[in-house]
Design a protein around this ligand. Structure first.
Ligand SMILES: C[S@@+](CC[C@H](N)C(=O)[O-])C[C@H]1O[C@@H](n2cnc3c(N)ncnc32)[C@H](O)[C@@H]1O
Length: 288
């Protein structure tokens, strides 16, 4: 995008940049450009198409160029725009904290159904932005809960998301290794978690957006991907009340192994739930 004196309309910029990003090998260039332009013009992707003939100001163009440079280096869109959408809600995200993924909606849906209408206290282990816990609490006004995360940065973001969703009186955060900050007694009606579950040697093979930018401790599940889950399944039941449950998001092909681990840990009525892509995604075990 050169020629200092030329007037660039939104349409010109859109078309030029879609081609540019395609040349750079970005897989979804139009989607990227629509999000980045909407961000710069403080509008939505839908409304962007009503602004096509609007000339862009010099400062808008400068900001847009900076964002495109970051995207070309494969920085995830959500880190560039600072937000991610999950379930029915918008969450602030930032470098150093895991970006919420669509597949996690299966855990929110399954846990939400089990908790519907109940007055319950729940824990979300490895809460990150808080997307699971805050969605559950927002949907069900009788729930209270606490998120734990080893990452201080995640805890800071959790607090911002909690305030934006007006859940300050019901949602809490602890910077903690797994559940170790709590006394080991049955205090929760449910423990939910989307833990790190990628095999260590698969991380460098993931797309650059993940391997270069997302925090390793949010991804790394050790040699077989199950290190953290093994520990969580072993430890969580002691914190769950009778009649409560443990619900864990798992990676593709891990569900049967996690079901076995839950049985070993004394959990019962174990269920496996599939996500929208029909992948076995969530394992639930009950303490009866
Ligand atoms: C896959 S991310 C999930 C984040 C968020 N719950 C979500 O679904 O978007 C896993 C999270 O676990 C946290 N984590 C990793 N090891 C942990 C540990 N030992 N104790 C607590 N949290 C941990 C990471 O910091 C990260 O936020």
């Amino acid at each position: 995008m050169k020629s200092e004196n030329r007037i660039w309309t939104v349409r010109d910029v859109l078309e030029w940049t879609v081609n540019y990003l395609a040349e750079k090998g970005l897989p979804f260039p139009r989607q990227d450009v629509e999000y980045l332009l909407s961000y710069v013009l403080k509008t939505t992707r839908l409304k962007l198409y009503m602004l096509l003939d609007r000339p862009m100001s010099r400062s808008e163009l400068n900001l847009f160029k900076q964002l495109v440079k970051r995207r070309v280096k494969r920085e995830p869109l959500q880190y560039i725009t600072g937000v991610a959408y999950l379930w029915k809600y918008e969450f602030l995200v930032d470098r150093g904290v895991f970006i919420p993924r669509r597949e996690t909606e299966t855990l929110i849906e399954v846990a939400g159904k089990n908790l519907k209408g109940k007055e319950a206290f729940i824990a979300d282990v490895g809460t990150g932005t808080g997307c699971i816990l805050l969605s559950l609490l927002k949907d069900n006004p009788k729930l209270r809960g606490v998120g734990t995360d080893i990452s201080k940065k995640a805890a800071e973001l959790f607090l911002k998301n909690r305030a934006r969703l007006r859940l300050t009186d019901r949602a809490f955060i602890a910077v903690s290794d797994c559940l170790s900050c709590f006394p080991e007694e049955p205090m929760f009606d449910a423990v939910v978690s989307n833990p790190p579950y990628v095999k260590s040697d698969e991380i460098p093979k993931l797309q650059d957006e993940i391997s270069l930018y997302e925090p390793r401790e949010a991804l790394d599940g050790g040699r077989d991907g199950l290190s953290f889950i093994r520990r969580l399944v072993r430890e969580a039941p002691a914190y769950v009340k009778e009649g409560g449950f443990v619900a864990i998001e798992v990676g593709e092909g891990q569900a049967e192994a996690v079901k076995f681990l839950m049985k070993q840990a004394g959990l019962q009525k174990i269920e496996i739930h599939r996500d929208l892509s029909h992948i076995e995604r969530v394992v639930v075990g009950w303490k009866l």
